[in-house]
Design a binder for this molecule. Sequence first.
Ligand code: SF4
Length: 387
Amino acid sequence: MTTLRTPAQLCEHGLVPPGRQPVLDAVAARYAVALPAALAQLINHADSRDPIARQFVPDLAELVHHPEELNDPIGDDACSPVEGIVHRYPDRVLLKLTHICAVYCRFCFRREMVGPGKRNALSPKAVAAALEYIRTHPEIWEVILTGGDPLVLSARRLRSVMEALANIDHVKVVRIHTRVPIADPARITSDLVRAIKIKGKPTYVAVHVNHPRELSAHARVACLRMADSGIPLVSQTVLLAGVNDNPKVMVELMRTLVECRIKPYYLHHGDLAPGTGHLRTEIATGQELMRSLRGRVSGLCQPTYVLDIPGGHGKSPIGPNYITGSNSAAHFVVEDFKGQRHQYPAHRLMRNRQEIEQGRRHRERGEADKHHRDHGVPDKGHVAPER
Ligand code: SF4
């Protein structure tokens, strides 16, 4: 089986009932479809609610658009100074080399940008301009290759971009966001792994995984190949209704990731992408899931639950808060993982702050005195401490 790209092919392989093909053609005309064999083989045909099928087989509900949904839900375009670059946070940029993916997720936050017929891959001239932008912005510490999926590119193309980034002194870290190890693990060859490593600078790979079954034997081999070559792996998971919005699946997913040497990093609240309302959950559901992880599974298995604020304002953590208030000026109330509440003395925090402040003044006074002794004049750059 090769990658299935049309409802007719999905129908042929028993993934869509024949009667639904015509309506799903309308969905496929709007949003790209690609289901590679590695993922198609994981689908349980007997389960009409199969969590793998739900993520990748098109659904008529995708044509239902809600007024709050946005074509560019996380505001990439608002933060793009040159083609292919998104500069949202001060110390890092996204570099979007391609808008093609190995698989098209039905909940994709960039679904209006990715896929054949949507935005073009960066031309060599645009890549040069994007690299020049990075080169001329010394505050950029990290470059994140995303897209589309950067690992659909050839090892040769990836190597040339990685080498260019390696030659920019102020870029210290490169991160690659990808679904390829899950969707098309055979692409993670030794040659590709060598291509994405840069001398003297770490390459991190963030693997997008939403359900424990996605970590098939082949996917694990692909991830281990990267981990064994010294590439640190982190995960990204999108919270999806009917896929992973229950504690049992979420615990199993986070544990399986850690067993595969992938550190859980982000649990994303579903973005307001068009036609994805049937896959979005309430924020309260995500917070309850995070509570179900806290204390019950290892600290290694805890992602940060985040929401990308529409308009390009970046991610904010939206997990549960365990400081539930203060029952007097003297105490905070802190909840433990069993839901029991405990007092924590507020005055202790206050005292700590006072001690820190006193220590800082003491150090400053000592430095001023030393300057005076060494140079015979008061240190002009020093602000006289309060006495
Ligand atoms: S792999 Fe990422 S960019 Fe591509 S369709 Fe899925 S979510 Fe969107």
